[in-house]
Write a protein of this length. Structure first.
Length: 110
């Protein structure tokens, strides 16, 4: 997955405004924000999407889900939307599992 844009960001080959990093995940500002605050949270392990998760990824997913609220709080978000897209037809543009944190103002209903 050398050409995956998120893998390149993770390796430091491409710049990003990182707001959180630990052994399992990385969070950074989206280059094309859809809300006043728009962050992306990625696992450091390359997985194309949620459908690629296996039993061995339970701890990773749990860690990310428990980390997202902490990231949101540190960004001053009291209310936010968390979403992931699975497949191009659903709007997934980068095929590395990632979660969007959107907030910082009123969001339109889904």
């Amino acid at each position: 997955m050398d050409e995956c844009i998120f893998c390149r960001i993770k390796r430091g080959d491409l710049p990003a405004t990182v707001v959180h990093e630990d052994d399992h995940c990385l969070a950074f500002h989206d280059k094309f924000p859809r809300a006043p605050t728009h962050l992306l949270v990625i696992p450091k392990k390359h997985l194309p999407d949620l459908n690629a998760l296996g039993e061995e990824d339970k701890a990773l997913v749990s860690h990310i889900m428990l980390t997202i609220p902490s990231i949101a709080r540190k960004q001053g978000l009291e209310a936010y939307r968390m979403a992931t897209n699975i497949g191009a037809a659903a709007g997934q543009a980068v095929f590395h599992l990632h979660f969007h944190i959107l907030g910082g103002g009123p969001l339109s209903p889904l």
